[in-house]
Write a protein that binds this ligand. Structure first.
Ligand code: NAD
Ligand code: UDP
Ligand code: UDP
Length: 311
């Protein structure tokens, strides 16, 4: 099949392109390189079934494909807050254009949504029927509300125009090719530990997250895209094992053998206190469950950052 991956030069997108090529598909990767990096896909260029197009999804795109994975959007707070207006445009105008494309082609389209649609949740663990608690005017809103509006557009194109949609809500995912400066906690802690700098914990470090290794998530993407007709989601995808940021720091220190200390910095505004996916639907409808433990995933990720920092 001929497939489109928007945001294909990013962290998740590059792993997805690689997987889809490996499965024998013809892959068109579209990216404006805002946070993506050509090095993430350099090893795919030259493969006759891989095509790269520099393009911003806030502008219309006329191509011919059979399935669309819509991942284009900066994902880390540092990057999505750099130009918040562009972040909202990417989610909203990007969704309209990709849904318009899907409608014209009668192609199936999958949206990479996020656990951020739940905001700072009062329901724990989060289930898909929870509507969330999101601040509409805060510094995270460009991302959270943009992604919520994108979900609205997906469901309205489905109801109004019969577009074949799949919506997946991704919880914190990590692994090789994370951007070293994107400020996300796993990359920050590993880079700090490898450089012998203090590990920066925001707030007390008692806030929690659940971390999914990238390979598990990519399997989830493929299963969701190829799930039975009419199963739209939204479906949560993430690893339900929950850790505090202090526990994460200790794991990174022990796995890197680093002598770094720990310092506390102020907690950013609207930082969710806890997050854990309920993945019952993904298990039952897709037979999907994450397999890689935090420890095993961190070992791979640390090895990647060791190579990157050395080079
Ligand atoms: P990333 O920043 O590495 O990748 C995003 C990619 O989109 C980059 O290559 C970037 O250049 C591209 N992009 C941004 N704006 C664009 C535009 N206007 N037009 C074309 N391309 C554009 O982030 P990621 O972690 O790989 O995230 C990929 C998707 O998954 C995002 O939609 C993100 O919201 C979602 N997601 C990721 C996580 C996670 O933990 N990594 C969690 C929830 C949701
Ligand atoms: N669009 C696109 N590629 C296509 C078809 C549509 O980028 O192959 C864009 C188009 O620019 C439009 C948007 O998708 O603004 C929404 O398309 P839709 O058909 O829903 O809306 P309309 O064209 O009626 O405004
Ligand atoms: N965090 C931290 N130190 C860092 C970076 C992040 O303690 O150097 C915390 C952050 O405040 C949040 C958690 O780690 O509570 C996860 O942050 P990240 O930006 O990775 O993801 P998100 O907040 O979007 O889940």
């Amino acid at each position: 099949m001929k497939l489109l991956v928007t945001g294909g030069a990013g962290f998740l997108g590059s792993h997805l392109c690689e997987r889809l090529l490996g499965d024998g598909h013809d892959v068109l990767c579209v990216d404006n390189f805002f946070t993506g990096d050509k090095r993430n896909i350099a090893h795919l260029v030259g493969n006759p079934y891989f095509e790269l197009q520099r393009h911003d999804v806030t502008f219309p795109l006329y191509v011919e494909v059979e399935q669309i994975y819509n991942l284009a959007c900066p994902a880390s707070p540092v990057h999505y807050q750099f130009d918040p207006v562009q972040t909202t445009k990417t989610s909203v105008h990007g969704a309209i254009n990709m849904l318009g494309l899907a409608k014209r082609l009668k192609a199936r389209i999958l949206q990479a949504s996020t656990s951020e649609v739940y905001g700072d949740p009062e329901v724990h663990p989060q289930t898909e029927d929870y509507w969330g608690r999101v601040n509409p005017i805060g510094i995270r809103s460009c991302y959270d509300e943009g992604k919520r509006c994108a979900e609205t557009l997906f469901f309205d194109y489905h109801r109004q125009h019969g577009v074949d949609i799949k919506v997946m809500r991704i919880f914190n995912t990590y692994g090789p090719r994370m951007h070293p400066n994107d400020g996300r906690v796993v990359s920050n802690f590993i880079v700090q530990a490898l450089r012998g700098e203090d590990i920066s914990i925001y707030g007390s470090g008692q806030q929690t997250r659940s971390f999914c290794y990238v390979d598990d998530l990519i399997e989830g993407f493929v299963r969701m895209m190829n799930s039975e007709a009419g199963f739209t989601g939204p479906v949560n995808m993430g690893n339900p094992v929950e850790f505090t940021m202090l526990e994460l720091a200790e794991k990174v220190l022990s796995l890197t053998g680093s002598k770094s200390g720990i310092i506390h910095k102020p907690l950013p505004n609207d930082d969710p206190r806890q997050r854990q996916p309920d993945i019952t639907i993904a298990r039952e409808r897709l037979g999907w469950t994450p397999k890689v433990s935090l420890e095993d995933g961190l070992v791979e990720t640390i090895a990647y950052f060791r190579r990157t920092l050395a080079g």
